[in-house]
Design a binder for this molecule. Structure first.
Ligand code: PLP
Length: 385
């Protein structure tokens, strides 16, 4: 198997699997119980919290565990707006993950004034349009740290500066940057930051939300005092333990992973450019997550490429659909001004810690032939592109 869909999810790091297995075998206590096996579970959650906080450069007390990156995004946005009932405006970008985008649409349906700030052809937010959008009535600005489809990194420190001029709080979805680029929440300057375990070689179904001390926020789950009242419900203890281990490893591996993945993705990109005519890479040429390649194979449907690769055990994703089971054209690719036929031909390849040079060699051996074969049977006109 050649797995090139690490932005969708990552395999468990073996050290994470070991830690989770040991936990499952030895512990079952409810972290809220006051006797020793409960205290032991609570201690392990707090150790995990320390690791996630350290990886974010944040104080331990500012990190809350949730059930996913999606939940962190929802909690951040709905929680802040609920805590600031006098401010009825929310500002976001046009390229957010559905976890933010659809929360924004929900807010609109509830009567909030929501502004979706456009991005340029590289996927970078238009800071002038952002400045126009933020008003003294804006409770929160939410702009993603990097885009999951095209890899463009957003200028979050500038977003924060602009939001602060009007007294707005700032949330960023760092699900795709955590573990891929080095950052500290204080360098970004944000008030809230979402991350997810399964993008950093941890288990699925667990995320975290950083909340700067003093940020007004209310829970949207009720019925328990867990996570200091912000996230009711008995904790996914084994998931949190795994997330904590993945976060412990993260700073130890980050630089090495980044250098290696930049090199591997660079080889893949230049190899494809040399071997396949009429392709086009999307996203910012420099301000980007190096391991994410979004490539339009003009004249083809991305699903045809995906399925042909899958029969050879090579897994990529289509960059053209909001999710694999939807045929709507991606709002991200539309926002950067890609023509629908280009968007529909876009494939995302995202590399991760366990990819090797052999993986790149296999893709470079197989993919050009697949494109040639598919183009022979498609009705495309190369001169049109
Ligand atoms: N935000 C971004 C940018 C993502 O890429 C994802 C997952 O793909 C999420 C949020 C959602 O995270 P989770 O899968 O943990 O709900």
């Amino acid at each position: 198997m050649v797995y090139l869909d690490n932005n969708a999810t990552t395999p468990l790091d073996p050290a994470v699997a070991d830690k989770m297995t040991a936990y499952l075998r030895e512990h079952f206590g409810n972290p809220s119980s006051l006797y020793p096996i409960g205290r032991a579970a609570k201690d392990m959650i707090n150790e995990a919290r320390e690791n996630v906080a350290a990886a974010l450069g944040a104080p331990k007390a500012s990190v809350y565990f949730t059930g996913s990156g999606t939940e962190s995004d929802n909690q951040a946005i709905l929680g802040v707006l609920d805590a600031l009932p006098d401010k009825k405006e929310f500002v976001t970008s046009t390229i957010e993950h559905p976890a933010v985008r659809e929360t924004a649409l929900y807010l609109e349906s509830k009567g909030y004034r929501v502004t979706h700030v456009p991005v340029d052809a590289t996927g970078t937010i238009d800071l002038d349009a952002l400045r126009d959008a933020v008003t003294p009535q804006t409770a929160l600005v939410s702009v993603m740290h990097a885009n999951n489809e095209i890899g463009t990194i957003e200028p979050i420190a500038d977003v924060v500066r602009i939001a602060r001029e009007k007294g707005a709080l700032v949330h960023t979805d760092s699900v795709q940057t955590f573990g891929k680029i080095a950052f500290r929440v204080d360098d970004l300057g944000v008030d809230l930051c979402s991350v997810s375990s399964h993008k950093i070689y941890g288990p699925k179904g667990v995320g975290a939300l950083y909340v700067r001390k003093g940020t007004p926020i209310r829970p949207f789950l009720h019925g328990g005092h867990q996570e200091r009242g912000l996230r009711a419900g008995t904790e996914n203890t084994v998931g949190i333990v795994g997330f904590g281990e993945a976060a412990r490893i993260l700073p130890l591996r980050l630089e090495e992973d980044k250098i290696r993945l930049t090199r591997l993705a660079g080889r893949l990109k230049s190899g494809l450019e040399a071997a396949v005519p009429k392709i086009r890479f999307n996203g910012h040429p420099v301000n980007r997550i190096p391991s994410t390649l979004s490539c339009a194979f003009l004249g083809l449907e991305s699903e045809a490429i995906l399925l042909s690769l899958a029969t050879l055990g090579i897994y990529v994703s289509t960059g053209s659909a909001c999710s694999e089971d939807s045929d709507e054209v991606s709002h991200v690719l539309t926002s950067i001004g890609l023509r629908p036929e280009f968007a529909r031909s876009t494939v995302r390849m995202s590399l991760g810690r366990f990819n090797t040079d052999d993986d790149v060699d296999i893709v470079l051996r197989e993919l050009p032939g697949i494109v040639t074969k598919l183009r022979k049977i498609s009705t495309w006109d190369p001169d049109e592109f």
